[in-house]
Design a protein around this ligand. Structure first.
Ligand SMILES: Nc1nc2c(c(=O)[nH]1)N[C@H]1C(S)=C(S)[C@@H](COP(=O)(O)O)O[C@H]1N2
Ligand SMILES: [Mo]
Length: 242
């Protein structure tokens, strides 16, 4: 990585006083290169939390540029794969399997026939950007779990993506939180392809990497399996604290 480690976090400018006066431009650039600049832009609290939870900073924005570019409170597009096939509302299917009494396959109309939950809640990526007050509509994961009837030994829920690569997990207890949903709508419309549509996870109260896009499978298991980013250093517990 680019010299950012825990020891850099939170220091906005650790250069010693220079009586001759360092050129402002150089000092500014040095500051921006340090992660401290992110702390200034997004709040020390976020920065500290990030340092505790993640340690080395967010590799899905290795240059830090996506977060630093002042795009305002908007989503940044992320995919760990080059291109993802388009699933239409007609051919989309979601499989619920694993340690359950009632495995099932849901089409979009099947999901829409279930009770819909509407939620207004923030989205927060570990790289620093966040979108306040996003409107989400979908089916609470707890509703699907109830229908699936998890076996006694089931303690975790694993998610797969039809991008063929991304995976995630939640504990069964996390999966049952009321703000964890299989989202069909976000930002006032059907979830777009770029946002992981037609169906993505929204794991509220957790960092964005827990919210699997292009959701294809939900599998009950005895244990969590470290997901794509978790095998690359992220905490398996993605709950936002502080
Ligand atoms: N399949 C898949 N899901 C994913 C990701 C990804 O790369 N692939 N990135 C995660 C991360 S780190 C974030 S912050 C959000 C980004 O959602 P967005 O692309 O709608 O902004 O999706 C999460 N889910
Ligand atoms: Mo993220």
């Amino acid at each position: 990585m680019n010299g950012r480690d825990r020891s850099d976090v939170g220091k906005s400018d650790d250069a010693p006083p220079n009586p001759a006066g360092a050129p402002v431009g150089r000092r500014l650039i040095l500051g921006l290169l340090g992660l401290g600049a992110l702390g200034t832009l997004t709040g020390q609290r976020v920065q500290n939390t990030l340092a505790q939870v993640i340690g080395p900073v967010a590799d899905h924005d290795p240059t830090g540029l996506l977060s630093l570019i002042p795009l305002g409170d908007t989503f940044r597009y992320y995919s760990v794969t080059g291109s993802v096939r388009e699933e239409t509302a007609d051919n989309y299917r979601l499989n619920v399997s694993g340690l359950v009494d009632h495995p099932a396959t849901y089409s979009i109309p099947d999901l829409k026939a279930l009770p819909q939950t509407s939620l207004i809640q923030d989205f927060q990526c570990v790289t620093g950007w966040h979108v306040p007050g996003v409107h989400w509509v979908g089916v609470q994961l707890s509703v699907l779990l109830e229908k699936a009837a998890p076996a006694k030994q089931a303690r975790a829920v694993r998610f797969t993506s039809f991008d063929g690569t991304y995976t995630e997990s939640l504990t069964l207890a996390e999966a049952r939180r009321p703000d964890v949903m299989v989202a069909l709508e976000m930002l006032g419309a059907s979830v777009t392809h770029d946002h992981g549509g037609p169906v993505r996870m929204y794991a509220g109260s957790m960092y964005g990497y827990k919210s699997t896009k292009w959701l294809s499978g939900i599998e009950l298991a005895e244990t969590e399996t470290p997901g794509y980013w978790e095998t690359r250093g992220y905490a398996i517990d993605g709950i936002i604290r502080g």
